[in-house]
Write a protein that binds this ligand. Structure first.
Ligand SMILES: CC(C)(COP(=O)(O)OP(=O)(O)OC[C@H]1O[C@@H](n2cnc3c(N)ncnc32)[C@H](O)[C@@H]1O)[C@@H](O)C(=O)NCCC(=O)NCCS
Ligand SMILES: Nc1ncnc2c1ncn2[C@@H]1O[C@H](COP(=O)(O)OP(=O)(O)OP(=O)(O)O)[C@@H](O)[C@H]1O
Length: 204
């Protein structure tokens, strides 16, 4: 099995690319979804409630993720400290989940396992991957596409501020694909990468 890690800033198209890989037969791990499941665990909420205050992390019911984003993505020391605590708690649990999924699919002899994790390099999870794929999308197009989830450009900027730069990620990648075009364009590029991965597997 080959594990492929997706790289790229928010709204670059990682989830879309992951969906295309799944259509071709890959198993996909979605770290954002896994993180949301972790935030539903009572023990995690109880701990984070002590740090952020229990109104932000109620033991039951919906968590106000918009409010949490306001608390952790500001550019000041308190906000940075909160984000570090949140990430430490969530990343540990998400990594455990990802490793267990990876092992399950390896046992089942799946050909390709894709990790869609926005902080893959930052969290050190590239060590789980044999290949890295960078999805390159111009910033103005990302602003436009993120608008469909109700994000203003500033929302993208404040989340991206902390992340390892585009150039560093691009240099680390084994594949770079360009997502400035249509969905059909990206579908074709994902299919090309898929064929190359399957050819690699067949030659080993
Ligand atoms: C802050 C939270 C509550 C905001 O929730 P919200 O519904 O607004 O965003 P969601 O989780 O759907 O993430 C959407 C995108 O935001 C960006 N993002 C999420 N977490 C982070 C982060 N810690 N740093 C930078 N960008 C981030 C990513 O591009 C992600 O794909 C949530 O993102 C969170 O708990 N983040 C910390 C955990 C984490 O690092 N998750 C990433 C995968 S492990
Ligand atoms: N080629 C494309 N054409 C049109 N819309 C696209 C294209 N690629 C992505 N999108 C749209 O842009 C938005 C962002 O894409 P996506 O959610 O896949 O990004 P992401 O990198 O996973 O973001 P995040 O890290 O923030 O979760 C989505 O609404 C998606 O449908």
């Amino acid at each position: 099995m080959i594990t492929v890690g997706l790289l790229g800033p928010p709204a670059t198209g990682k989830s879309l690319v992951a969906t295309e890989f799944a259509r071709l037969g890959a198993e996909v791990f979605d770290a954002d979804e896994a993180a949301h499941r972790v935030l539903d665990q009572p023990a995690i909420r109880a701990y984070l409630g002590q740090v952020f205050g229990s109104p932000v992390f109620p033991l039951m019911g919906e968590i106000d993720r918009k409010r949490i984003a306001e608390l952790v993505f500001e550019d000041n020391e308190l906000s940075r400290e909160r984000r570090r605590i949140l990430e430490r708690v969530i990343h540990e649990a998400v990594l455990a989940d990802c490793l267990s999924e990876q092992e399950k699919h390896r046992q089942n002899q799946r050909p390709v396992f894709v990790i869609d994790a926005p902080l893959l390099l930052e969290a050190g999870w590239s060590k789980l991957c044999q290949r890295l794929l960078y999805i390159d999308t111009p910033t103005d197009i990302r602003y436009h596409r993120a608008g469909t989830r109700g994000w203003k450009p500033e929302e993208l900027d404040r989340r991206e501020r902390w992340l390892i730069s585009r150039n560093v990620k691009k240099v680390r990648a084994d594949f770079v694909i360009d997502n400035s075009g249509s969905i059909n364009d990206i579908r074709q590029q994902v299919t090309d990468v898929w064929r190359s991965l399957i050819a690699d597997l067949a030659s080993h």
